[in-house]
Structures are given as structure tokens and as C-alpha cells.
Design a protein around this ligand. Structure first.
Ligand code: NDP
Length: 403
């Protein structure tokens, strides 16, 4: 039983399915289902052209659990890889339990009517997955995903403790559009406009959205302003690195992005509650997402690099006192596009989704219950990053960050 079923057919899915096809020894039979079958067919055609591998395609609304159950039972995969939207996490987990199939995703569940990012809903499935003898692997993208594995690799090989952790996410790519988001616009804008939260002194501390800005010099990108914001891996890192005194997440945004977002917020276009328009209820943010450029169309024009990594300070494993390490990955938009037809944001998420899936399929990562990336051995994942297109680097810094 080495079949895999991928759900969702956006940019992340496209990269993941291409990379699965390039690793046919682990993924000999790939099935792809999404709401719009034509998008699955387009990915399958590209995969056939680039790799000669067949991908079987289906139409499914993942929120229709009985239909999803039937599809999973008909295909009989070992693993379902959920690359649809966070709203579909719980129905897909339910369907995996009903069908007796392992589960993997890249983003935690969000209710549609609240911009609330937390693992509680998915952690609540722990006993059910455990009792069924199944594994649910949460957050196998870049952030969350690689950023947590980076922290755990540092904890295994460099630092006995991690007291301070900063995650720095820089997209130095330029797509040539006045305003566009580099992954699903609705999810991206909900995330960016939510209040900032960071972990300090054993609790989350909330502050206004985009209220703290710091300049930083990113290797291969140059100087950028980064903004503190909340990101879901802070919750799992605080849980699985109990000694953590402070953990923050930073993302870079250009001035033009911030100006557009501020205007859109000021005029109410980022609201997620329904408003009545010509007798019909519409959600302004969903309408905005419909008129913005589709992230999967940005690949052909995007130039530049991403640089995402962790800076961690703690007690060195070798007993040499406190040390600070910076571990990061640089990805080139044009190279990502040449390989899979997608820009680097989809690439840096789709490759780790494939790697997580490969480790579950091969049994290198195994367990019963719901798992975050921090709970698994970082080494096989880090090895595959090196060989599957996301090579990383680690260097020692002179001391802890000064911001
Ligand atoms: P896209 O919007 O490009 O793709 C989402 C896909 O899911 C679309 O094909 C969409 O179908 C499909 N879909 C939506 N609703 C349903 C449904 N009810 N049933 C079946 N399919 C559905 O998103 P991305 O590819 O950019 O992102 C995919 C996921 O990856 C998201 O959850 C995102 O949050 C996550 N992500 C994680 C990152 C990380 O580093 N961890 C970084 C970036 C993204 P249709 O085409 O018909 O709309």
C-alpha cells in the first residue's frame, strides 16, 4: 500500500506533486483531488511533461465528508496529504480516521469566521488517532515545518537548551505586481492583519499587528524591514522546548505592501465577517482574494530569493557556555520556477510537505497519534532538505540578537 492522495491543487500542491513524481521509488502511485478538477489535470499534465509520471485526478469538496470518505476508500492510500486550505483540516482528519489512513498538513486549522491560529482543535484528535493506530503529522511546510525542525536540529547537535529563539522569514522576491500575496491571499492577509503575539516568560504577549519593525541584513537578499507577528509554530515550539524564555516570529514586508494593506484595512476590505451587498452576503476578504493576482500566476515573473531561518541562543552542548547559532535556507524564485513551474514560496512549502510525506510513507517517521514536527527526529528530514532542493546552512553568531 504505497499510494498517496494529495488534496488541493494550488501552488503548494503543484510543487509537492512534482517532487513526489521525482521520487517515484517512494511515491510509485500519486492521486490528486481538489475542488476544481481542471487544476488537478493541469498539474498532472505538467508532471507528465517534466517527469513522465502519471498522476490520477479527481474532483472533491473536502468539506463533504461522506464523499471524501468514499474517495479515500476507493483509492486506498497509505497517507492523505492535505494541501487545501486550513478550513478543511478537520473534515480531512475525520475522513482519514474513518478510512484508517495517515494524515499530513502544512497549516493548522482555522475556523472561517475567526482569524484564530491554534493547535487546540487538532491536538484534540490525539486519542482518536492513537486508538486507530494512525499518525497525523501537523505543519510539514516551511514555517511551520522546517523552522521547527531547524530548532530541534540545533537542540540535538549544538545547544543543550534554547532560551531565545527568533524565526526570520524573508521573501526578497519581486513579482512586478503593485500588490499580491505569495500564497493564498485570504489566509495570508488573515495572518498578517492578526495581532502580533510572541512567547515571553511562560506566556504569550499580544501587541498590535505590524507594530514592531526591525531592519535586518539577509544573506543573498540584502537589507529588509521585518515585522514581528504571530505564527503558529510559536505554540508548538513553546510546548516542546519547555526552557524557552522568549520566542518571536518576524516576516519582511516592503513599504508598498504595507501601504496597500493599510489602505485595504482602513476601507474594510480585509473584514472576515459577511456584509450585505445587493441583497447577497459577501465576505470582503474573500472578494478581495478573488480580484487579487492568483499566487500560482506569479511564478513566471518573480525574481530574487527567499531566506528563512532560526536564530537560537542557549547553552552549548560541548559545555563551552552560551552560544548563538543562525540556521537558514536560501531559495531562488527563478530556479524554483524552472524546476516545477512555481515560485519559491510554493516551492519552500511543497518540498517539505513531500519530505514529511516521504518519511511517513517509508516509516522513517512513525507513531500513533497527532504529532508536531518538533516531536520527530530532525536528522532524516534535514538530510532530505539537502538533497531535495532546499540546502541549508548554519553559522555561529558573535552573540544573541540585539533587537
Ligand atoms: P491555494 O489557494 O493556491 O490552493 C488551495 C487549493 O485548495 C486550491 O486548489 C483550492 O481549490 C483547494 N480547495 C479549497 N477548498 C477546498 C475544498 N473545500 N475541497 C477541496 N479542495 C479545496 O493555496 P496554496 O497552495 O498557496 O496553500 C496551500 C496550503 O498551504 C494552505 O493551507 C496554506 O495555508 C499552506 N501554506 C503553508 C505554508 C507553510 O510554510 N507551512 C506556507 C504557504 C502556504 P480551488 O482551486 O477550486 O479554489
Amino acid at each position: 500500500m504505497s499510494k498517496v492522495l494529495v488534496i488541493g491543487a494550488g501552488g503548494v500542491s503543484s510543487v509537492c506533486v512534482h517532487k513526489m513524481a521525482m521520487n517515484a521509488d517512494i511515491f510509485p502511485e500519486i492521486h490528486l483531488a481538489s475542488r476544481t478538477r481542471a487544476k488537478c489535470d493541469a498539474i498532472a499534465a505538467s508532471v507528465m511533461e517534466r517527469t513522465g509520471q502519471t498522476v490520477s485526478t479527481y474532483e472533491i469538496d473536502a468539506e463533504e465528508v461522506p464523499a471524501l470518505n468514499r474517495l479515500i476508500q476507493e483509492i486506498g492510500p497509505k497517507l492523505v496529504v492535505n494541501l487545501a486550505l486550513p478550513y478543511q483540516d478537520l473534515p480531512i482528519m475525520d475522513a482519514c480516521l474513518a478510512a484508517g489512513v495517515h494524515y499530513l498538513d502544512t497549516a493548522n486549522y482555522e475556523p472561517k469566521d475567526q482569524a484564530k491560529f491554534e493547535y487546540s482543535w487538532q491536538w484534540a484528535y490525539q486519542e482518536r488517532f492513537k486508538d486507530a493506530g494512525l499518525m497525523a503529522l501537523l505543519g510539514s511546510g516551511f514555517d511551520p515545518g522546517v523552522t521547527s525542525v531547524f530548532a530541534m536540529w540545533l537542540k540535538k547537535h549544538k545547544l543543550k537548551t534554547i532560551r531565545q529563539l527568533d524565526i526570520l522569514d524573508c521573501n526578497g522576491g519581486d513579482h512586478g505586481q503593485a500588490f499580491a500575496t505569495n500564497f493564498n491571499p485570504e489566509i495570508n492577509i488573515r495572518e498578517v492583519t492578526a495581532p502580533a503575539r510572541h512567547w515571553e516568560g511562560g506566556q504569550f504577549v499580544e501587541s498590535p499587528a505590524l507594530g514592531k519593525k526591525v531592519p535586518f541584513e539577509f544573506e543573498a537578499v540584502g537589507p529588509k524591514n521585518m515585522y514581528m507577528m504571530y505564527h503558529e509554530e510559536l505554540e508548538s515550539l513553546a510546548k516542546f522546548i519547555p526552557e524557552l524564555e522568549r520566542a518571536r516570529f518576524w516576516m519582511t514586508f516592503g513599504d508598498a505592501y504595507i501601504t496597500h494593506l493599510t489602505v485595504l484595512q482602513n476601507v474594510g476590505m480585509t473584514r472576515i465577517d459577511p456584509v450585505l451587498y445587493q441583497g447577497k452576503e459577501i465576505v470582503p476578504l474573500q472578494f478581495l482574494a478573488a480580484v487579487l493576482p492568483k499566487p500560482e500566476t506569479l511564478g513566471a515573473t518573480t525574481k530574487g530569493k527567499t531566506n528563512i531561518g532560526d536564530i537560537a541562543t542557549g547553552e552549548a552542548i560541548d559545555g563551552s557556555g552560551d552560544k548563538t547559532f543562525y540556521i537558514y535556507q536560501i531559495c531562488d524564485h527563478e530556479e524554483a520556477f524552472a524546476e516545477t513551474g512555481n515560485q519559491a514560496i510554493s516551492y519552500t512549502t511543497g518540498v517539505p510537505a513531500m519530505i514529511g510525506a516521504a518519511l511517513v510513507m517509508s516509516g522513517a517517521w512513525a507513531g500513533e497519534g497527532v504529532f508536531n514536527m518538533e516531536q520527530l527526529d530532525p536528522d532524516p528530514f534535514m538530510d532530505l532538505l539537502m538533497t531535495q532542493g532546499l540546502p541549508w546552512q548554519v553559522k555561529e553568531l558573535a552573540g544573541p540578537v540585539s533587537f
